[in-house]
Every structure is written in C-alpha cells, then in structure tokens.
Design a protein around this ligand. Structure first.
Ligand code: ADP
Ligand code: GLC
Length: 479
C-alpha cells in the first residue's frame, strides 16, 4: 500500500484510519502487506517510533537527484526526506497548501516504487490512495512496464474524496519532469490544468471508492467533480467498498479513553460518559435532555452551512450540543461565536483531540452528520457501536449504512433525511429528540440494533480480495 497518511503515525482524516486498519486486517487474513508512507514530523513523535533501515534512494526528477531514506516500524515503511516532509503540516499550514506539493508527492510516489523494489521485491498488488499517490499507476504503466521487479505488478487506486484532485498549473509538468505528450484529455490534462487524480483514474488496473452510494454518485454530473465521464467509462473497473471500523480502537466495552465502559447488556456507563462530556464542555445539567455530538473536519462538505442557517432553531430545541473540530478558519470562528451566543445549549471545542472524540462518541445520545456529500464517513459508524444514534443526510456512505426505524419490522439504526436543507435536518433532529424524550423503549431498541451491527473490516476484506484478483488477472491479460 502507498498512502499519504496512516494511523497510528499520521492523520488528517478518515483516510489514515482506513489505511491503518486495512493493512492490519489484510495481514490477519494471511496476506503479506507492507505500507509505504512519508516520514512527517508527527511520525517521530508517536509511540511506535521508526528506525532507520540504512537503505538509501536516489530519485531523479527533472534532471535533479533527490535523496531519500527508508525507515520502518514493523511492516510500515517511511520515505524520509526532511526537506519535503519534516514540516508542521502534512499538506499545508494555516489553511494554505504547501506550494511544492506536486513535487513533494511526485518524489514520494517515485521513491515508494523504488522502496518497494528494495524492500518487498516482486509484488502482486500496489494499492494507492487519493491524489497524492495517483501518479503511481501512471508510472507503473509508462515507466516501469518492462521492469523485472515491478513490471508485473497490478495497480489498484482508491478514491477517498473526489473533490481533492491535486490540480496544478500546467507549467508544473516541467517541474516534475513530465513531457507535454501526457497533457491530453485522455491522460493527465483537465481543463488546461495538470490533474494528479487522473493518473490513478486513467491508469490503475482497478478502481475502488469507499461506498457503493459514492461509486454511483461520482458517475453523475453535479457530484462527479468534472470526472464523471471518465468514471462512467471505467464503471466496469470501479467498485464501491464500504469502510469498516477498527474495534480495537472503537468499542465502548474496552475503550480506555472514556470514563466508564459499557455494552448493550449494561448501558449504565453511558450515563457517566454523558455527565463527563457535559462537564468537559462546560454545559449545565438541564435534566434528562439529549446531548447531540459532532466530531468533524470543519469544511463545507460536512454541512456546517445547514447548522448556520438553523442556529436559532437548533438552540431552541430541548437538547444540548457538543461540537469538536478543526479546519477552515471561517467555520472555526463561526462556531466560537455560536457557542458564545448560546452558552447553555451549544458548546464548541476547536482543535484536534482523540480523547475528546472518544468522549463525544460515548457521551452523546445523538450524533449529527448533515454532510453535503460523504464518500463513506467513519464517525457515524463509531456512533452506532457506541449506541449514539446518528442523524445523517442520505448521501454516499451515510445513505448506505443508516436506515430509519421501521415500526413493523423493528429494524433500523438511526435517522436519515434526504434534501440538503436546514428544514429537512431540523425535522429529523426533532424526530430523534422526540423519540428520546417520549418513547425510551423504542429508543433502546434502536440503540441495541445499532450496537449489534457488524461494521468491522472483516465484512469488506473479501470485496477487496475480489478486486485484487481481478486486477491481477487484468494485468496478466494485458502483458
Ligand atoms: P473525513 O476523512 O472526511 O474527515 P471521516 O468521517 O472519514 O471524515 O473520518 C474522520 C476521522 O477523523 C475520524 O476518525 C474522526 O474521529 C477524526 N476527527 C476529525 N476531526 C477530529 C478532531 N477535531 N479531533 C479528533 N478526531 C477528529
Ligand atoms: C475521505 C472522506 C470520508 C471517508 C474517508 C476514508 O476523507 O471524506 O467520507 O470516510 O475518506 O475513506
């Protein structure tokens, strides 16, 4: 696997959780897996500090040689070049992308391929994630076709978020050592810009994305971010596989980051978590009203526009809100103002905190995720496991995994609205609050449904295995 981030070493979002857990689970199923990822500043700070393998790389880009070192922690290998990666952020700082991101991730992609040769040797599958690694399938086809080691490797490219494509001015081509012959609509050109993501979408043997719903949405105009035509052309090679969650990290029965553990058969710990959450967020005790939580990257994707539109009505509901997030400065500032306006009802913590994220999952009654679009989403899946019922918009992975309660069949695990509007969100939120307040028996039933669902990786691994097999077959047929 080649990925720009992976837990427990580096993380800006769900991609890291997915790569860390997918590696682990594939390994447990008997596959030999090695992950290649950059050595960022944060990598040296964690528990599992990597050590130097002593192996060195020379990567030639546009006539210049860039040096790389290979470090490792178990089967995770780090490409180290301090000029490129030893910075505060992974992709940027203060809301601005690093100017040399195209060169940084070209270096990373080429260095990873060289490192695979050194460390892994002949490899069946090279699985890449998101635009930062999307040139790998391109290089495999264009530069490594006859290579004795990597020439027979098949490539799989996973889209975690099509909105981030790695778009650069066309002049970047020269800086990363590529010629104009690849600047065509059938290769890496996109509306007169260089598009890294197309390296994966055009050249990988197989494509996946992180839910069936999102696989359908990205083939439609409006939700395909301009790449819908290409994705439709490749629809036979595109599979939607929903993300799993890692129960070693996210399980209220054994979570050591929360003040009290609990399980479907004994929920008393959840009340303690709720009290601790209220205290941590300085919310007054207003009796038995529901607490609504949210942990999120602060980005318009996540539906903060709806919260802004509905703020007065939200604050008027018989509920309290605890939001944790970091990201776009305007949303951070807006949430700070919101908490000041309604101090008894809405509390906000701006920043990144694993501990608070776990406390919100455990201590909330309701989890709000009104995303404009959501390739998969992980927090609503954590919420199910913690008996924190999700209120979500029906899009991508949220639509695939959440269903409204059906009184007749007694099935359902949450609350789902379709229109991206504050009105639709409020109706569903009110329904959830009403049920919590007036019909605790049904509430408990939905909680039990949610907590007993299996969203582990075990379910998704066979689907990845099927994709890997098809990729190998395709590769063999084409060579
Ligand atoms: P995305 O990758 O689009 O941000 P996901 O739902 O797939 O959304 O994954 C987000 C991951 O990042 C989850 O593990 C979530 O708990 C974590 N996360 C997001 N914001 C924060 C934060 N402020 N503090 C701690 N964890 C966060
Ligand atoms: C992206 C998506 C998110 C998904 C995650 C992991 O960041 O925005 O929906 O869960 O990748 O696949």
């Amino acid at each position: 696997m080649i990925t720009p981030e992976t837990t427990p070493f580096s993380k800006t979002g769900g991609l890291a959780d997915v790569c860390g857990a997918l590696h682990k689970e594939l390994g447990q199923q008997g596959h030999t897996v090695k992950t290649f990822t950059p050595f960022y500043h944060c990598v040296g700070e964690g528990k599992n500090r990597p050590s130097d393998t002593g192996k060195r790389l020379d990567v030639s880009i546009a006539g210049k040689i860039y040096k790389g070192e290979i470090w490792n922690s178990g089967d995770v290998y780090f490409i180290r070049n301090d000029h490129f990666f030893m910075r505060h952020g992974l992709y940027g700082e203060g809301g601005k992308d690093y100017e040399d991101n195209a060169l940084r991730f070209t270096f990373f992609s080429l260095a990873s391929l060289e490192a695979i040769r050194e460390i892994a040797g002949k490899t069946d599958i090279i699985h890449c994630h998101d635009w930062q690694t999307a040139l790998v399938p391109f290089y495999l086809k264009e530069s490594y076709a006859g290579d004795s080691c990597l020439g027979s490797s098949a490539s799989v490219f996973t889209v975690h978020n099509l909105a981030y494509q790695g778009l650069f001015p066309k002049e970047t081509l020269k800086k990363i050592g590529l010629g104009w012959e690849i600047f065509t609509p059938s290769k890496l050109e996109f509306y007169d810009k260089l598009n890294f993501m197309k390296g994966g979408l055009v050249f990988a043997d197989m494509l996946t994305t992180v839910s069936r719903g999102y696989a359908r949405e990205i083939q439609k105009s409006g939700t395909g971010c301009g790449l819908e035509g290409l994705l439709r052309e490749r629809r036979k090679d595109l599979t939607g596989i929903v993300n799993g969650i890692d129960f070693d990290d996210w399980d209220p029965k054994k979570d050591n980051m929360i003040p009290a553990n609990y399980s479907p058969s004994n929920m008393t710990g959840k009340a303690k978590c709720k009290a601790a959450l209220r205290e941590a967020f300085n919310l007054p005790d207003m009796g038995d009203i529901p607490l609504v939580g949210m942990v999120s990257r602060l980005d318009p994707q996540k539906g903060f526009g709806l919260i802004r539109e509905a703020e007065k009505k939200l604050a008027g509901l018989p509920a309290q809100f605890a939001f944790l997030g970091s990201g776009k400065e305007d949303i951070e500032n807006y949430l700070r103002r919101l908490a000041k306006k309604f101090p008894d009802k809405i509390a906000v913590s701006i920043g990144y905190s694993e501990k608070l994220a776990h406390l919100i999952e455990a201590g909330s009654d309701i989890y709000l995720m009104p995303s404009r679009y959501e390739p998969c989403g992980l927090n609503h899946l954590y919420s199910l496991k913690y008996g924190t019922l999700p209120v979500v918009r029906a899009t991508g992975g949220l639509d695939d995994t959440i269903s409204n309660f059906n009184k007749k069949t007694k099935k359902g695990n949450g609350f789902k609205f379709t229109l991206f509007s504050s009105r639709a969100m409020l109706i569903m939120l009110r329904r959830a609050i009403d049920l919590y307040t007036k019909d605790r028996k049904t509430w408990l039933l939905i909680q039990k449904n949610a907590m007993s669902e299996d969203h582990s990786w075990k379910r998704s691994i066979p689907e990845y295995e099927a994709v890997y097999k098809r990729a190998i077959k395709k590769k063999q047929q084409s060579s």
